[in-house]
Design a protein. Structure first.
Length: 333
């Protein structure tokens, strides 16, 4: 979340044995602040950070996201997210799967999880969803991408035998939990990822999966028959560090939208302003794009961040779905 965390990823390893070990330990500890992948269009992909959202789109929804962060910076974060979820009226809830992949410098993390959510009716139009998820995460360090000042300029070989020369990795289970409320206008959710807080053993270095918490709030304002505005907030914290996104989206006829997002809440957390836009390609397929204008010190060494999101709304429930707000009885006509 902070610039200092990224600087640790770029910091060259020393050829000194003790300094190498210390650097690896520091990287393994402080890199946890960047564990949750940063996405600017979070309001279009709520299932990615809250398992309780499974099935709340009332259709089979497939979403794919590609993000290239801090373009122009060597080893910049590049991430992909794919997820699918649908309502399962036959069991009174929803289910889904999520696949995440991210590379940062010499690091790569891949995770898979499956989620289930139980839906409970609240009032006439509200739903309260309780969700859980479980899966597997793998983290790898590519020693071929690690460089030191003492590397051979011709072969790239390092004289430090303690540096890895190939792929080193570790894996382990992961779990998530969440609560999400969906009303006619208001949406709100709380979730926690990396709930187990377990450690991955990577060549003797323990990489700790920090628990990270998300708080989401969104509200729909109908301006007239065709236009609506949807402000939203996403707070992310691992208790030690916190980041907040403030966003607003203006939508025309449920078809075309533009928006903006501001990330940060004080000098140390100031990160970027994101410009967002999207539209429906067909009745079922939507495309959205976000461009981040950097505000932190990294703006001098990068040309911003790009993010593309594609959704496919297949529609249809399995089993009995949510009843409409008004049911007309043909015998009373």
């Amino acid at each position: 979340m902070k610039t200092a965390v990224w600087q640790i990823f770029l910091f060259p390893f020393s050829m000194k044995k003790t300094f190498t070990i210390l650097t690896l330990l520091l990287l393994a500890r402080f890199a946890t602040a960047q564990q949750p992948v940063q996405y600017s269009m979070y309001q279009l992909n709520k299932f990615a950070f809250n398992p309780a959202y499974a099935g709340l789109d009332n259709a089979l929804m497939l979403t794919g996201v590609y993000r290239s962060q801090w373009v122009g910076l060597p080893g910049n974060p590049v991430s992909q997210n794919f997820n699918g979820h649908l309502p399962l009226g036959i069991i009174g809830g929803g289910a889904g799967i999520t696949i995440d992949n991210e590379t940062i410098g010499s690091w790569r993390q891949t995770a898979f999880s499956a989620s289930y959510a139980k839906h409970l009716a609240i009032g006439k139009t509200g739903l309260l969803s309780l969700g859980v998820g479980a899966g597997w995460v793998q983290r790898q360090l590519d020693g071929n991408k690690v460089r030191t000042p003492s590397d051979d300029p011709d072969t790239g070989a390092s004289p430090d035998n303690y540096l890895p020369t190939g792929l080193e990795g570790g894996s382990g289970p992961t779990a998530q939990i969440g609560v999400f409320y969906q009303g006619e206008r208001l949406e709100a959710g709380i979730s926690a990822v990396n709930l187990l807080g377990n450690k991955l053993d990577i060549s003797g270095v323990n990489y700790e999966q920090e628990r990270t918490y998300f708080l989401y709030l969104g509200y729909k304002l109908d301006l007239n028959r065709n236009f609506s505005a949807i402000p939203s907030i996403l707070l992310k914290t691992d208790v030690y560090q916190t980041q907040i996104d403030f966003s607003i989206k203006a939508q025309y006829n449920e078809n075309i939208f533009v928006g903006a997002s501001f990330r940060g809440y004080h000098t140390n957390s100031l990160d970027a302003v994101a410009l967002i836009g999207g539209f429906k390609l067909t009745e079922k397929i939507s495309l959205a794009y976000a461009y981040d204008l950097g505000l932190s010190n990294l703006k001098s060494v990068s040309s911003g961040s790009h993010e593309v999101l594609l959704t496919y709304n297949i529609g249809g429930n399995i089993g009995k779905g949510r009843l409409p707000a008004i049911i007309y009885n043909p015998r009373s006509l």
